[in-house]
Design a protein around this ligand. Structure first.
Ligand code: MIC
Ligand code: SF4
Length: 756
């Protein structure tokens, strides 16, 4: 069955007409990104040519995807919007709340028992409002979306930063906060700054140990964690068409790690093959009819520097496997340089755990490539040194892999652990034995993120991101610096052997199969369905609207924390054990900024309470200010809020009385989340003004009462000794976004509009 085929038909029927209009408007060859953006404008009658990186544009996405850890907050907000049904096809996926401990069977049942209340809530809200629900064990959101919902040339938003994975099937798919999803599900436009465009030309062909993962690990090394901010990355060239669709998904997926709005590829044979293999022959037929619109114009790909804002060229024939890390996904080391890099940086080289999985790399092809390494080592009498953990991406992938003997191959190694089809260790849902000892150690995994504490909660675990086949090889060697291209291993007979190159199967020869895909179809009419939230629950809480702004300059704000260095959403609102409270704003606020390094004293979760002079934990100090009616401000460094789409990172400080977040620069999703929740998201006009901020400072806005688009804001900093500094702050609020601030949140504004 093809989900929402009528919607796809409608989108494709409109394409030629809409494209004609775009061509009349823009007289140059077009990239794929522009085609998708211009055919998805909210206002069909618009004849504006937008400025890349300048114009705010209203779009009409075709669908919405949510995962359990963010859907709770998104749907709690949606319930307040007063609609009876979602306006566009939407789905929710239970994947983040499942812990990896002993193995799939036990772990899944335990997760269901533990999270029963939340899963029931999600299941009934989805049922009521017409949202497809994928039950626990069905798989990771982005694999399930790729297998069932993504379609070339479509536009999707999702409440998860790796929504971008669907670019592997030629979509413009963008990660957003829950409040953005609420807009679209409530039938309103979705606003995005028109992106700049980065073209990546892939020449040559992947070979040997090199995989799609290495393309994005290389790109991350070039562009860094903020190099893609505000941009769509469009891949093209012979190297692009020659790789599989799920491989393209891997590349797009990790575009989130360079801050890119999204990444995409033009419609090609690999997509046809994947759509056919996943039962969507009808989509192929429809797409083939308008194929010319589903990829960039040939002139663009022939002379990319004329049409993209930046162009990168990578020769896949020369690319080698990479390992990126630790602690940041852009620290790229080619495998041949790992020995030197590890010894120079004191990275532990003994590997105890190696993990394959996550939305990035858990496809059938990924598993076959990793399994071929395991099979080869087994047949040569080599035993693995490390434990190899595997999370398949979806039930369909797991079922098919089991049928085809891949799981048996993995199980030839006694130390292999097959975990649930879920995020698991990728989001700290990993009960790793001994992690509480906080020993310095290295792990390798095929995930996308490797921020501190992310996988096992141990701040001293150094995680290196690499391809599934490299993970398998390193698990076998037990050494981070093992280079399978050159190094040999000792087998049980004392002989030195080399591992053969990985051998993958793009799509299962016998086709995909699944017994129970874990899907729950929503009720046709959900009017009668009750959604109950226990007022005594510690996991779910009905939201109370944030206060509106009184129109005056906010004065006498105290510094809550001046964060130093990297401050990702994992630092602002940690995941792992805290995922438990994702539906309860007050409870989850107890993790607010506990991972951020205080620039005074360089400790985490220790700040001064200026009211008492004592030191305390960030959430409790914030609560003390709030109780005393004292507003606060958070100060941060570059790329503040990098990583996840979780709007908790914006809602928690808001809930705890923070009024403004002032940083050197923001990550895109987080900046929008702050705006949506009625916060002031501000940047230093002069970066070095960051240094003027001292621990016991008090802040007064001078001209916030004339807050308007394009106009900077003046802030007075009063130091403890009575001296003061006056600094200039910038912002990117447009008129509509200023209304969100005025009303207290975007949701308050929606409610007001619906009630009027
Ligand atoms: C992540 O990979 O960090 C997450 C967990 O999937 C998040 C969403 C969340 O915090 O729930 C993301 O990437 O947006
Ligand atoms: Fe899940 Fe990890 Fe993917 Fe986030 S990055 S959706 S936690 S698998």
């Amino acid at each position: 069955m093809v989900f929402d085929l009528n919607m796809i038909k409608r989108v494709y029927e409109m394409y030629p007409k809409k494209m004609k209009k775009v061509r009349d408007l823009i007289d140059t060859p077009l990239t794929l990104s522009e085609k998708i953006l211009y055919t998805h404008l909210w206002d069909d009658n618009s004849d504006e040519v937008f400025s890349r990186g300048g114009s705010y544009v209203d779009f009409a996405p075709d669908r919405v995807a949510m995962q359990d850890a963010t859907a709770q907050m998104a749907l709690l907000q949606f319930m307040q919007a007063g609609k009876s049904k979602v306006a566009v096809p939407s789905s929710a996926h239970a994947d983040h709340l499942i812990q990896a401990r002993v193995g799939a069977d036990k772990d899944l049942q335990e997760a269901i028992n533990k999270n029963n209340e939340v899963f029931n809530f999600l299941s009934s809200v989805c049922n009521k409002y017409g949202i497809g629900f994928w039950k626990p064990g069905a798989g990771i959101i982005h694999q399930v979306v790729l297998e069932n919902y993504a379609f070339p040339g479509g536009m999707m938003i999702g409440t998860d930063s790796h929504t971008v994975n669907a670019g592997g099937l030629g979509m413009v798919a963008v990660g957003v906060g829950g409040a953005d999803a609420v807009d679209v599900m409530a039938g309103m436009p979705w606003e995005l700054k028109f992106p700049k465009l980065i073209g990546v030309k892939l020449t040559g062909k992947l070979n040997g140990w090199t995989s799609p993962k290495d393309v994005i690990l290389k790109v991350a090394g070039i562009l860094t964690v903020k190099g893609g901010t505000g941009c769509i990355v469009e891949y093209f060239g012979e190297g692009a068409t020659s790789m599989s669709c799920t491989g393209k998904g891997t590349i797009c997926n990790m575009g989130a790690e360079i801050g890119a709005t999204t990444s995409t590829f033009g419609y090609d044979d690999s997509m046809r093959r994947y759509l056919n293999a996943t039962g969507r022959e009808e989509v192929v037929k429809l797409a083939d009819d308008i194929a010319e619109h589903l990829t960039g114009d040939p002139e663009v790909y022939a002379a990319p520097e004329k049409y993209f804002d930046q162009v990168i060229e990578i020769n896949l024939s020369e690319l080698t496997p990479h390992l990126n890390g630790p602690f940041t996904p852009d620290l790229a080391t080619p495998v041949a340089e790992m020995k030197d890099a590890a010894s120079k940086n004191n990275w532990p080289t003994d590997i105890e755990w190696a993990l394959i999985g996550s939305c990035t790399n858990s496809s059938y092809e990924d598993l076959t490539r990793a399994a071929s390494i395991v099979e080869d080592a087994f047949s040569k009498g080599v035993k693995p040194k490390a434990i190899l953990g595997i999370n398949p991406g979806s039930e369909q992938v797991r079922f098919t892999s089991e049928r085809d003997g891949l799981m048996d191959t993995f199980r030839k190694f006694e130390s292999v652990k097959i975990f649930t089809n879920a995020c698991g260790p990728c989001i700290g849902q990993w009960d790793r034995p001994g992690a509480d000892k906080e020993e310095v150690n290295s792990i390798v995994h095929s995930f996308n993120r490797n921020f501190k504490k992310r996988a096992d909660g141990n701040p001293n675990t150094m995680a290196f991101v690499t391809s599934p086949e490299m993970v398998a090889a390193i698990a076998i060697a037990g050494k981070l610096d093992f280079n399978p291209i050159e190094d040999q291993l000792m087998n049980e007979d004392g002989e030195l052997v080399s591992l053969s190159e990985p051998n993958g199967i793009e799509l299962p020869n016998k086709g995909f199969a699944v017994e129970d895909n874990g899907y729950q179809e929503p009720a046709e009419d959900g009017g009668h369905i009750e959604v109950n939230i226990d007022p005594n629950s510690d996991r779910l809480e009905v939201l109370t609207p944030f206060h509106s702004w009184n129109g005056e300059n906010i004065k006498e704000m105290k510094l809550l924390i001046k964060a130093k260095g990297k401050c990702t959403t994992d630092h602002i609102s940690m995941a792992g054990p805290w995922l438990r409270y994702r539906g309860h704003l007050d409870n989850i606020s107890n993790n607010c900024l506990i991972g951020a390094v205080n620039s005074f004293g360089e400790k985490t979760n220790e700040v001064v309470n200026q009211l008492t002079g004592d030191k305390g934990e960030v959430p409790s100090v914030a609560r003390a200010y709030k109780a005393a009616g004292v507003p606060t401000i958070v100060v941060g460094d570059h790329n503040y809020g990098e990583g996840s789409s979780r709007e908790h990172a914006a809602m928690e400080p808001r809930h705890l009385g923070v009024r403004a977040v002032l940083v050197k620069s923001f990550a895109r999703i987080h900046e929008t989340n702050l705006k949506k929740q009625g916060m002031l998201a501000l940047t230093f006009n002069t970066e070095s003004d960051y240094d003027k901020i001292l621990e016991n400072d008090t802040f007064n806005f001078i001209d916030l009462d004339s807050f308007s688009p394009g106009k900077s804001i003046t802030l007075e900093i009063v130091h403890h000794d009575g001296s003061n500094d006056v600094i200039i702050l910038n912002h990117t609020y447009n008129a509509q976004q200023i209304e969100w601030f005025k009303e207290g949140s975007a949701l308050n504004l929606i409610r007001k509009e619906i009630n009027n």
